[in-house]
Design a protein around this ligand. Sequence first.
Ligand code: BGC
Length: 522
Amino acid sequence: MAGGAVVSATGGKDYPGKLTMFVFLTCIVAATGGLIFGYDIGISGGVTSMDPFLKKFFPSVYRKEKEDTSTNQYCKFDSQLLQTFTSSLYLAALIASFFASTVTRLFGRKWSMFGGGLVFLIGAALNGAAENIFMLIFGRILLGIGVGFANQSVPVYLSEMAPARLRGMLNMCFQLMITIGILCANLINYGSDKIKAGWGWRLSLALAAVPAAIITLGSLFLPDTPNSLIDRGYDEAALGMLRRIRGTDDINEEYNDLVVASQESKKIQHPWANILKRKYRPQLTMAIAIPFFQQLTGINVIEFYAPVLFKTIGFGSNSSLLSAVIIGLVNVLCTLVSIFTVDKLGRRKLFLQGGTQMFICQVIVGTLIAIKYGTSGEGHIPKTYAAFVVVFICIYVAGFAWSWGPLGWLVPSEIFPLEIRSAGQSINVSVNMLFTFAIAQAFLSMLCHLKFGLFYFFAGWVVIMTIFIAFLLPETKNVPIEEMVVVWKRHWFWGKFLADEDVHVSGKAVEISNGKPKGAGV
Ligand code: BGC
């Protein structure tokens, strides 16, 4: 089709070109960056439930667990050091994500992924060979730096390579890889726990090198995105790349738009100050609220500590790890549901349905545990009863996997106009890492103090976030990014933050009547 951009069904721009095999493959390779994040999430809970690991690095936790049978079940694993092992990674990722945004901008997305993968590889080696707690935590910090770089660069890379209309689906491949990484880690823990000689935990930690090698080597073969090439002054290369990834010579319109967008964004000297302007209040609020709420669903309590939690309710070590595998599988399969429905059902329906499902399950799980352990934490949970708990945890994870999991990354990535995109993305990643860290650091102590009430605590947050979505998040399904401003202007609450002259679509002002934008079909 000649003649440049056409107007899409929503009134927005749709550039010529198709999803080429080349783009598909590059996106798959880039999305493997999600594997290293997922592998980390899944692996720590498993190794901290293995006795030889606890004996070597956390002997006091081990003793408490084994010898003191009369202690409150809720407090069995309460250890600051054990929590620091899990959480140190996310603190490192939080700090790294700030540096990563500069590297990603100056050197391109590819080198950010390569650097992240390499640092992660060294961290995996250190962890697998760890002889003392220092090597263990230092290794975790290096893994965290790797994750920070990958989480910053991969979603940006995917969004820039993908044709606009498939952006949501390709972006969600990142979340799919996260869940596959978690599942692989669960499976490896299950197998390595069976190694009688007691070095299974080393295998679990060292195998993180496999996903790291995939993204490190893979990134060497990845081309840089046209957006990044233009930004760094390689205009010819950008033109060639755009032709190649769109599979057509008819790319002038998109190329020109990218050049204009790059020039415009270079005019912005202080993107961090810019994002504080009143007209960006809706986006800023979402960049903070969405990752914050995503973590307050309590998902990482399950991801990090499921095996420990299952041991708490009386499972043996291996059946705890097997339950984690089942949960991991549910997570992957239900993420696929989201990938295939998000552009039809829309974001809001998934958020609202998933939230309701998670709330119901959390209340049930909390109550099931309360019935057996009460507030004293003493008691015994029979096997069939424990299986019920696992079933409701699975239904809870399913709800997360088709709502807050993928949407927690997708929605923030599609609502920022270019001039605040990099700053917005950094805020999103850092808030996510900050609260991932907080949950990892606090969970075992919270379980000890809040007891079964911990599940009600997260259920309460799920109610708040579901109400937040119902009233404050407009539907962004099928809305081209450059028209997103119209969505905010139309919104009953956010509309007040935008003056009429703030509403531009593709550089042209949109006519406003009765305080609402006219025309554009969003
Ligand atoms: C979240 C992680 C979580 C994972 C579970 C991701 O979207 O950011 O914190 O562990 O989903 O699948």
